[in-house]
Design a protein around this ligand. Structure first.
Ligand code: AMP
Ligand code: GLY
Length: 427
């Protein structure tokens, strides 16, 4: 099979690395890819939302399956674009159509979906300029802190958690009336704050059956102790010690099955990954959010733990034979540590020459923001690498990732030294 992966991050490198191990793979293309994916297949310099250029590539290279990494092309309807095109309509796309991608593309849609299908989530109400006058009463009915979410995609920045009631009311006005997050904030979801510990569960579905992939915990903030600005993710651990088999069973019964059945009932033919952001509140799972794709850097710990052939699983998604596919996961622990460019998540410099990534036999060095200029591998983004290692314990895996992280050099390198530490003595 000839496969095209859309995207350029660590997630896409992990996909490319795994697919390259499949006996069923002939040629692998990644658009646009990075310096790491170039070692697994051929990069093609096309933007992830340039559907016409993607169409030409699929045609030219005789692609048999397209795996979409990031949310933007999904929310913009890349899958619908394929289905509506005479040349592309029979080429399977892994990732939902625009209707299913609304689970991530609209917080209001996803909350309504959960309410309708009895899926546990925080109590909420949605506001627009038409009913903004009622927002104050709703905020008054909640206890601090107050959670405000811009409805649309806002590059991971659209959620505000505020201690002060007046500030919450002020920010709501800013979002709806002053377009603080552009059109994404025309509708704002206000919801109850959930106290607990967060984790993510990933599901692969063909629209009928599903496989629950390994769970992971990510580390969202830039600073040690989970302090400072929010990032795309600074590290991840899988499995998660506070998500034992009994908890995952609850997630399956209360969340995964109602989600898959709800999609069917609502006439949404969903083929792809569902990323379920969860809060474990005293042993009970509540959905914080859905994403219509895999997480980054969670993919860099989840995918390496899957022993089965990923291409075989994806083929099962496209032909709705996922239930027949063999699926196994190693019990070994995987951790990843993300190396970023100095300054990230604010301003940072690019094109710093990287060394020390060759011949690493301890860890998998997944590239995120890298490219090749004049035969040098150079930095090309805020998150530069995700360094994944295995161990029988979190300590063992993290120790390897940290040693590998030290071996990589480029100007401005930064990483969190405390990834996984909170989980090491979990009881
Ligand atoms: P989201 O963009 O929906 O992932 O939200 C960003 C982060 O805000 C989440 O990862 C949580 O840490 C936090 N968060 C969102 N909603 C809630 C909630 N209802 N209660 C507590 N924390 C929340
Ligand atoms: N690491 C969180 C995400 O991919 O959205």
């Amino acid at each position: 099979m000839n496969v095209l992966i859309i995207g350029s991050g660590g997630r896409e490198h992990a996909f490319a690395w795994k697919l390259a191990q499949s006996k069923q793979l002939q040629n692998l293309y990644i658009a646009p890819g990075n310096a790491g994916t170039a070692q697994c297949g051929a990069n093609v310099n096309i933007a992830v939302t340039d559907f016409e250029a993607i169409k030409n590539l699929v045609w030219e290279k005789d692609i048999n399956l397209v795996l979409v990494g990031p949310e933007d092309p999904l929310v913009l309807g890349i899958h619908d674009f394929f289905l509506q095109d005479d040349v592309l309509k029979d080429i399977p796309v892994i990732g939902p159509k625009r209707d299913g991608a609304q689970l991530e593309g609209s917080k209001d849609f996803s909350k309504q979906f959960m309410l309708k299908h009895g899926i546990p989530t925080a109590k909420y109400k949605s506001f627009t300029k038409d009913n903004i006058s009622q927002a104050s009463d709703f905020i008054d009915s909640l206890e601090a802190p107050y959670v405000l979410k811009a409805d649309g995609l806002a590059a991971g920045k659209g959620v505000l958690i505020l201690e002060d009631k007046e500030e919450a009311k002020h920010e709501l006005n800013n979002m709806i009336l002053n377009a603080k997050f552009g059109n994404a904030g025309n509708t704002v979801v206000i919801e109850e704050f959930l106290k607990g510990i967060e984790l993510s569960v990933f599901v692969l579905t063909d629209g009928k059956s599903y496989k629950i992939l390994p769970a992971a915990k990510d580390y969202k903030r830039i600073g040690v102790g989970d302090k400072g600005l929010n990032t795309g993710g600074m590290g991840a651990v899988s499995p998660v010690p506070f998500a034992d088999d009994a908890f995952i069973k609850k997630v399956e019964e209360k969340i995964v099955i109602p989600t898959i059945n709800g999609l069917v009932k609502d006439g949404i033919d969903y083929r792809g990954f569902i990323f379920i952001g969860l809060m474990n509140c005293n042993g009970e799972p509540f959905v914080i959010e859905y994403n219509c794709r895999m997480g980054d850097p969670e993919t860099e710990v989840v995918i390496p733990r899957i022993e089965s052939d990923l291409l075989d699983l994806l083929e099962g998604v496209s032909t709705q034979t996922l239930h027949q596919k063999q699926f196994s996961v190693t019990s070994d622990i995987a951790t990843t540590v993300v190396l970023v460019s100095g300054g990230y998540p604010e301003e940072y410099q690019k094109h710093k020459v990287i060394s020390g990534i060759e011949n690493n036999t301890t860890s998998h060095v997944f590239h995120s923001g890298t490219t090749i200029i004049n035969n040098d591998v150079v930095t090309n983004g805020g998150r530069v690498f995700a360094i994944t290692s295995f161990g029988k314990t979190i300590e063992e895996a993290i120790d390897k990732s940290m040693k590998s992280a030290e071996m990589v050099t480029y100007e401005g390198k930064y990483y969190r030294s405390d990834i996984g530490k909170d989980l090491m003595n979990w009881k």
